[in-house]
Design a protein around this ligand. Structure first.
Ligand code: MRU
Length: 367
């Protein structure tokens, strides 16, 4: 992830393990107005970071949880392996209650849990857990690179205007991104593309985060109000839509940021290809259809407030109220796009095509 600081460009990952035993992550709450690094020393810090969306995006939530379990197991004070396992599971419980929809959280927790070997010492297990968390983070970067290569094949000379929603970029993963990976790849090959960024109310991940990533990469883009999507798609201004995913179940139904379903319906109506991009950690092996997905409801304050600055020189972003408290609101954070609305799913192992039942099973079995 490139970040411009004036004329200087620095490279970052969205999260990293600092060798002093602290987890560091780019704080996504005040971007793009303020670039700050969040430091987590305990599992409580990690849980707060996930809940409050210091870090967000399904794959990154998974990686953050893995590192949270490293911090947690390193703070173990007891002596026996059984006590260690009990202690570990307390951390698992805390993490499992942070956000319900992104399955990457639960998938990585389960991988970390299985990494513990009762026949090894506590110290050996602590080392194994750290190595596993590093491997999970590395794999995500590798998978995003592959998604970029496969997805880039869709960006033929006829495809110029690409729409996305939310942020499925480097900030939502560890680096590169999922929906943004084909866009980065195409751009690196000098393909002429323009990205249409749904602002993504209420948390504005599109306007704040995706646009910031594209700006840092010098990729042409326009932010638009979410409710402009229908106009843009109907008037032939969009050639391709690529979105990320929080959970893809066995039949291909996909949970992603609220508003994704609407885009899929628009694409179906107007015959525009609609693709989902995701790493293997975003597949849910245990749910058959989208009806089984737990959709997160977030605080009403997110709809009632928006983060903003007074002017371009203001370095003190604030949350400001945009509607009165006397009107209640509702704030579902995700929706489910039915498999039949999805033209294809871009995975690190290739592009799957509808119907998905068989190909998703095969993809996960050959892991
Ligand atoms: O609420 P968020 O910001 O965590 O939601 C993120 C999304 O919906 C992304 O599209 C999804 O997690 C994929 S990120 C590669």
């Amino acid at each position: 992830l490139k970040v411009k600081f004036g004329s200087e460009i620095k490279e970052f990952q969205s999260i990293w393990y600092d060798e002093t035993g602290i987890i560091k992550a780019i704080d996504q709450r005040k971007l793009p107005f303020l670039f700050e690094i969040f430091e987590a020393k305990t599992i409580e810090d990690i849980c707060l970071a996930i809940k409050e969306m210091v870090v967000r995006g399904a794959p990154l939530i998974g990686v953050t949880a893995a590192y949270g379990l490293v911090l947690h197991s390193n703070s173990f004070q007891g002596t026996t392996i059984l006590e260690f396992l009990n202690y570990f599971d307390k951390g698992v419980d805390k993490l499992s209650r942070t956000r319900p929809t992104a399955v990457d959280l639960f998938n990585t927790i389960s991988i970390m849990r299985k990494t513990i070997d009762r026949n090894l010492t506590i110290e050996e297990n602590q080392n194994r857990l750290k190595e596993k968390a590093d491997a999970i983070a590395r794999d995500i970067v590798f998978e995003c690179k592959k998604i970029g290569e496969f997805g880039n094949e869709l960006i033929t000379p006829k495809i110029k205007n690409i729409m996305t929603i939310c942020n499925a970029g480097a900030l939502a993963t560890v680096d590169i991104g999922t929906a943004l990976a084909p866009i980065r790849q195409a751009n690196s090959e000098n393909k002429k593309i323009v990205v249409y960024v749904n602002e993504t109310r209420p948390r504005l991940q599109g306007a704040r985060l995706t646009a910031w990533e594209l700006y840092n990469e010098n990729i042409e883009h326009y932010i638009h109000a979410d409710n402009a999507a229908g106009y843009l798609i109907k008037n032939n201004m969009i050639d391709l839509v690529i979105v990320g995913a929080d959970r893809i179940v066995l039949n291909g139904d996909t949970a992603n940021k609220i508003g994704t379903y609407t885009l899929s319906v628009l694409c179906k109506e107007h015959n525009i290809p609609f693709y989902v991009a995701a790493p293997l950690s975003t597949f849910d092996l245990t749910s058959k259809t989208g009806n089984e997905i737990n959709i997160e409801e977030r605080a009403g304050s997110e709809v009632r407030e928006a983060i903003s600055i007074e002017n371009e020189n203001d370095i003190n972003p604030k949350r400001r109220i945009i509607h009165h408290i006397f009107s209640p609101n509702i704030n579902p954070a995700f929706d489910v796009t039915p498999a039949e609305n999805i033209t294809g799913i871009i995975t690190p192992k290739g592009i799957l095509r509808y119907p998905y039942q068989k190909t998703i099973k095969k993809l996960l079995n050959t892991q």
